[in-house]
Design a protein around this ligand. Structure first.
Ligand code: E4P
Length: 217
């Protein structure tokens, strides 16, 4: 399973990159706003650090304008995945970008039928937002399982990119279902390493090492 980090915070990406936890990055207009930086400047910096796919989202809602924006974003670096919303215009833009050889991430997916359309439009990634579904009492993980099954039924190569991840459990559940990629905020990714028994066990080993005067180097 690939790990993408869902942020435009360069320092947070660098920290996780040094921990070998970044296979790619996803951004969206809200995350760019949070970074307080220019979209081209910050996206270029991310692409220089991370060799995997870096999603940069169009803000237009109409096909022709999406094409203009997506092509401009794709000029930033070869590893840009153009992110388009799951609308009819977005799906049309997805097909055009995909035919041109660009990676495309279709975002804001909330149903299996939407995911089916994205695969037919040649999307590289489909982004179902599981946390936002859970927020309104729908089951985001059921959606991931449905999309996995549908894509496997027909051999679609579109990668299931589970997005809007809120907890470490979301990640292990997505891994069990067979999502290809998860994208999560930095704190959730770092939280994967936490376990109270690890902390307790380590504290005991450190104390015993001191008592025994163990010195290795
Ligand atoms: C995915 O590409 C989105 O940027 C992201 O996962 C949305 O997450 P949120 O629901 O926490 O805003």
């Amino acid at each position: 399973m690939k790990f993408f980090v869902d942020t435009a915070d360069i320092d947070a990406i660098r920290e996780l990159h040094e921990l070998n936890m970044v296979d790619g990055v996803t951004t969206n207009p809200s995350l760019i706003m949070k970074s307080g930086r220019d979209i081209f400047e910050v996206t270029r910096e991310i692409c220089e650090m991370v060799s995997g796919p870096v999603s940069a989202e169009v803000v237009a809602t109409e096909y022709e304008q999406m094409l203009a924006e997506g092509r401009k974003l794709a000029e930033i670096a070869d590893n840009i995945a153009i992110k388009v919303p799951l609308t009819l215009d977005g799906l049309r833009a997805c097909k055009t970008f995909s035919d041109e050889g660009h990676m495309v991430n279709v975002t804001l997916c909330f149903s299996a039928n939407q995911a089916l359309l994205a695969a037919k439009a040649g999307a590289t990634f489909i982004s179902p937002f599981i946390g936002r579904m859970d927020d309104i009492n729908l089951d985001g993980l059921d959606l991931i399982a449905d999309i996995r099954r549908i894509y496997d039924n027909y051999g679609y190569e579109t990668q299931v990119l589970a997005a809007s991840i809120r907890t470490p459990n979301h990640i292990s559940d997505c891994a069990k279902i067979g999502a290809d990629v998860i994208t999560a905020p930095p704190a959730v990714l770092k939280g994967l390493a936490n376990h109270p028994l690890t902390d307790k066990g380590l504290a005991a080993f450190v104390a015993d090492a001191e008592k025994a005067g163990i010195k290795i180097v």
